[in-house]
Design a protein around this ligand. Structure first.
Ligand code: B12
Ligand code: SF4
Ligand code: SF4
Length: 358
């Protein structure tokens, strides 16, 4: 029995996905052009070197694919002191970007996509599906734009008209057609992704701490704080200088954007920060054993890079504080066996001493 778009929307909403769209799979020639241009201009990133053909041809992932279901999960939680997202005192606290508030969105997505897949199979036991979020073979934002779910901002983020840019996207490839006639009214919206919604605005470009938005729609990932904080090993002094209080992710280009004012909040309980809080205690983080780190941070989106990267970032943030009271917590790391931690600690000590001397 053929599934209708309305049915799909209802099922997806029942699984906590308020944003649903569909894309008819085909070879994405327009994406290919963009990716080839990206590579020619040198805008590649370590996560970005996967096979271009795989990104442009959904049939290489699922030969029998008939529909791509695009799902969006808004994550802009209202901040308030009551839910302890705002620190009572800011001394020696770092900041997690909103992508790392609460439970890891990859886990939330995968669980819900599995439930949705099973619901679809209840109606049609023959359906086969493959689901992905963030780390899949296709390009999440490109699919969202193809499904007519919103538009691109100059900051490279994809905007939903109701929920702004604070939305995660994932997708499911299924081997069954959905009645496309029902989304004919979206056809016009599908063209949205090529329109310029930002003309006369450059707030994100100006506010970006790493000057990573080199021109509209073009992100230099090697200068993006979010990318720098994920890097392993020793960071250059220039990289250290663009980190302020962030230990994972950066929200600056989204926070300054007028399209993110008055957006609908996400009431998603999974994304309310608990342990770790949105502003983790850096001294506590530096003292965690691997086992304790796993317990506290294991279900958070920032955990995949491991405790060493976060501890290195915490040392750099302490350095930026310029506060000599942080020295007793940093100094032991200047003799750490790990070169990256030693380097970050020595840099932080120098930074604080310079601050005191000024
Ligand atoms: C690698 C990666 C990163 C890297 C590099 C990003 C990059 N090079 O663009 C780093 C670590 C820096 C990063 C940072 C962030 N990321 Co990231 N990242 C990814 C990932 C895994 C792959 C991106 C990719 O392959 N890009 C390839 C390029 C070609 O595609 P694209 O990024 O969609 O770029 C589009 C635009 O450039 C646009 N475009 C290009 N030219 C033109 C011209 C015109 C005229 C127009 C209109 C559009 C346009 O078309 C491209 C195709 O869709 C995706 C998940 C995924 N698998 O897709 C998440 C993803 C893009 N990231 C996401 C998020 C949330 C972030 C951060 C906000 C996290 C944070 N708070 O720190 C920052 C934002 C940085 C920013 N300003 O974009 C979300 C974005 C959601 C959204 N609403 O847009 C995604 C989709 C993850 C998810 N599944 O939800 N990320
Ligand atoms: S996430 Fe931060 S560093 Fe990256 S582009 Fe946006 S403002 Fe710049
Ligand atoms: S801040 Fe301005 S230029 Fe940047 S994405 Fe928002 S509207 Fe576009």
């Amino acid at each position: 029995m053929e599934i209708t778009f309305q049915q799909l929307k209802k099922e997806a909403e029942s699984q906590g996905f308020p944003i649903v769209g569909i894309v008819k799979p085909h070879y994405f020639t327009d994406l290919k052009e963009k990716l080839v241009k990206y590579v020619k201009e040198g805008y590649t990133f370590e996560f970005n070197k996967k096979n271009i053909e795989e990104k442009c041809d959904p049939f290489l992932t699922m030969k029998s694919c008939k529909t791509i279901i695009v799902l969006g999960l808004p994550y802009y939680i209202e901040s308030s002191e009551e839910n302890e997202m705002i620190p009572k005192e800011k001394l020696f606290r770092g900041r997690l970007a909103r992508i790392a508030w609460g439970e890891d969105y990859h886990q939330v997505f995968q669980r819900r996509m599995k439930n949705l897949g099973e619901l679809l199979q209840k109606e049609n036991p023959d359906i086969r599906y493959q689901s992905y979020v963030d780390t899949g073979p296709l390009v999440d934002r490109f699919l969202a734009s193809k499904a007519g779910l919103g538009f691109y901002g100059y900051n490279n983020l994809f905007y939903h008209l109701q929920y702004g840019s604070f939305v995660f996207y994932g997708y499911m490839l299924i081997d069954q057609e959905i009645d496309y006639r029902e989304i004919d009214d979206q056809v016009e919206k599908i063209q949205l992704h090529y329109q310029d919604f930002c003309s006369n605005c450059d707030r994100c470009i100006k506010a970006c701490p790493g000057k990573a938005i080199e021109k509209p729609y073009r992100l230099n990932a090697s200068r993006c704080v979010s990318g720098v904080l994920q890097k392993k090993g020793i960071l250059s002094d220039e990289e250290k200088s663009i980190i302020s209080d962030g230990i994972y992710g950066c929200d600056v280009c989204q926070d300054v954007c007028p399209y993110n004012k008055d957006i609908e909040f996400s009431y998603e309980p999974a994304f309310i920060p608990t342990d770790p809080p949105a502003y983790p205690d850096l001294v506590e983080l530096l003292g965690l054993s691997n086992k304790e780190f796993k317990k506290m941070y294991g279900n958070n989106a920032c955990a995949w890079r491991g405790s060493r990267v976060l501890k290195r970032n915490a040392l750099i943030v302490l350095g930026h504080s310029g506060n000599q009271k942080a020295l007793p917590y940093i100094l032991p790391f200047t003799e750490n066996a790990r070169e990256d931690l030693r380097d970050a600690a020595c840099w932080a000590v120098k930074k604080i001493k310079k601050h005191i001397a000024e």
